[in-house]
Design a protein around this ligand. Structure first.
Ligand code: ARG
Length: 618
């Protein structure tokens, strides 16, 4: 079904209802009943949300209480007045039942009309966007995520930025924004000094020829121990101890190698060019396995030519000045430490690159928003960088929303930062391997295994194992630390990927079992029935997909989507356990099958927007 302009009609009940509430409140303000400004109205309208229990209707407005306080009248009277105005709001009566009496201290509870609900489900069934409207005003959004420091192996700490950033990019893109993903690789830092030094003092040419990634990884780990010179680490590693004994000044020499690279020393530059493809191949292998891609990978090295100009410009504008030989941007009072952008020895810093990067992105991409998906420990850094960028007054900076999408640490089951038994950080590749191996043991009971060959089984284990790791991360409130537990994440019940993937397989299995052609079903679906409360609850939940995605965007929180998907799966179970589907007859059968079809597709799309795959059987 199309609207008069030829656009498909996609219902977002909550947005439509909020518009009606806005209309009602604006009327109250215009008639002088209540003094309300546009900002206040917008904030009150945002509080219109789904109700916790069906007996209170589908959505609820709570603004009568604060407004009554303001007007010095009774909340119920205000609620009645708002309700009266809602009813006459344009379009309200097409979608919603009349408000009825306020409940309790003045809740305005609203129920979607069954006919509107049934029609919206039928349209969603026929819609490739599953009834989800695109945003009215698409923005250009840069998502800066993953961004590992290369030349050292990727570890468990990298999973969060990679997985959260990828999910946000997918969701924003589906919402209709122009999304530009950029992997801001740390490809110019001190870790290169380590492998340069290691290469010069203890490389194994044959090993490098056979497996360059492994050899660079070995050099990194070895040199880090030598440079750190911690007695207990050296005691446990004779090779490192021997090397450390011969190089008491290793730490300083390593820094010197980095400095030479930055100064343009031809030998170090040539080695850097030789190492980079090896480092890239290693991380790309992981990205392929995680199904994560980037539009751009402009690492720190890309911005190096712009750093001197960045410092000069900030100095010329009077924002940066000398402080004990170094140069810093002074953001607070004289006593507050400045944001350093050049060290006394002339070296540039992490912040210098980030400032140059903001300028470059504004010039080339004209973003409305930039999301930095980075560990919460860097929040101080981003606060300062954002403030410095604003004061810098770059063209376009005023219109751009700079957001640090921070996340907490991955903890082990002992509640401490996740480490291997030997105390090393956990390598990402080994972690994925273990997840897949454990998934192979969990999935494919006798029923699932039947008819699966080895190749299928490997594919299912990979999808379930990687999905479990991603989902466990995404379903956490991102700002808190989270405990990494294979046992929990691979459970087949509860809010886990395996449970959700299993739900998809189960819903979709109905069509195979019943020999139902889904394309025909979709084409011929002219309406569904929502007469049973369980059917109705599922239908309504299905149509909230767009609302969940909207809420993910508002706060950059993918866990809003996982929580909603889990609720949806719950509504489906209740529906399916109580009502016959394949055994129903006539239009009722078609209606229920259409609802199942939509449920399967919404669950699958929802998981896909989280970067998680599904399988037909498991
Ligand atoms: N490479 C950095 C790290 O590993 C993260 C970079 C995040 N992005 C940025 N624009 N600073 O800590």
């Amino acid at each position: 079904m199309n609207d008069p302009d030829g656009h498909p009609v996609r219902a977002n009940f909550r947005s439509a209802l909020r518009r009606s509430f806005r209309h009602a409140l604006e009327g109250l303000a215009a008639d002088g009943v209540l003094p309300l400004g546009p900002a206040e109205i917008a904030a009150l309208v945002e509080q219109v949300r789904e109700t916790a229990e069906a007996k209170f209707g589908d959505y609820s407005g709570t603004m009568a209480m604060p407004l009554a306080k303001k007007a010095g009248s009774k909340p119920r009277d205000v609620a009645v007045e708002i309700g009266r105005r809602l009813e006459t709001a344009p379009g309200y009566a097409d979608l919603f039942e009349p408000p009825g009496d306020p409940v309790g201290p003045g809740f305005i509870n609203i129920r979607v009309k069954d006919a509107a609900l049934a029609a919206a489900v039928a349209r969603a069934v026929a819609d490739e966007r599953l009834g989800v409207a695109a945003v009215a005003e698409p923005q250009t959004i840069v998502v800066d995520f993953s961004s590992p420091n290369v030349a050292k192996p990727m570890h468990v700490g990298h999973i969060r930025s990679t997985v959260i950033g990828d999910a946000l990019a997918r969701i924003l893109r589906f919402r209709g924004h122009r999304v530009i993903t950029d992997n801001h690789l740390g490809d110019w830092g001190t870790q290169f000094g380590m492998i340069l030094w290691g290469w010069k003092h203890c490389r194994d040419d044959a090993a490098f020829a056979a497996d360059p990634t492994a050899e660079l990884g070995r050099l990194y780990r070895l040199v880090r121990k030598v440079a750190d010179a911690k007695p207990e680490e050296l005691a446990a590693d004779p090779a490192a101890a021997a090397l450390a004994a011969g190089h008491p000044d290793a730490a300083r020499e390593v820094l010197r190698e980095t400095a030479k690279l930055h100064e343009g020393d031809p030998e170090n530059r040539a080695l850097w060019e030789r190492f980079m493809p090896v480092c890239r191949a290693e991380i790309d292998r992981l990205y392929t396995r995680l199904h994560v891609g980037f539009d751009h990978t402009l690492g720190e090295s890309f911005f190096q030519p712009l750093l001197a100009g960045t410092v000069d410009d900030l100095v010329a504008k009077g924002l940066a000045r000398e402080s004990r030989g170094a140069i810093g941007v002074f953001l607070g009072g004289e006593e507050d430490p400045p944001l350093l952008i050049r060290k006394a020895d002339g070296a540039f810093l992490y912040a210098t690159t980030d400032l140059a990067t903001i300028r470059w992105r504004l010039e080339h991409w004209h973003p409305d928003r930039i999301l930095y998906v980075v560990d919460h420990r860097q929040s101080g850094h981003f606060e300062q960088v954002f403030e410095a960028a604003r004061r810098w007054g770059l063209p376009g900076i005023d219109g751009v929303d700079l957001v640090h999408v921070a996340f907490g640490t991955v903890l082990g089951e002992d509640g401490r930062p996740f480490k291997t038994r030997a105390g090393d950080t956990v390598g990402l590749e080994a972690l994925l391997d273990e997840g897949v191996e454990r998934a192979a043991a969990v999935v494919g009971g006798d029923e699932g295994r039947a008819g699966m060959n080895a190749e299928d089984r490997r594919h299912v284990a990979e999808t379930v194992g990687i999905g479990a790791i991603k989902y466990a991360d995404l379903s956490q409130n991102r700002t808190t630390d989270y405990v990494f537990s294979f046992d929990k994440m691979l459970q087949l019940t509860g809010n886990t990927a395996a449970y959700m993937q299993y739900a998809v397989a189960r819903v979709e299995g109905i069509f195979t079992k019943g020999g139902v052609d889904r394309e025909t079903l979709r084409r011929e679906c002219h309406g569904v029935s929502v007469s049973d409360p369980k059917e109705r609850a599922l239908a309504l939940e299905l149509l909230r997909f767009g609302e969940a995605l909207e809420d993910v965007e508002a706060d950059s929180r993918p866990n809003v989507l996982t929580a909603w998907l889990y609720d949806l799966a719950g509504c489906y179970s209740t529906f399916y356990d109580a009502l016959p589907v394949l055994k129903a007859e006539g239009p009722e059968r078609d209606s229920r099958l259409a609802i199942c079809d939509l449920t399967g597709r919404v669950l699958r799309r929802g998981l896909d927007l989280l970067g998680i795959g599904t399988v037909e059987k498991m």
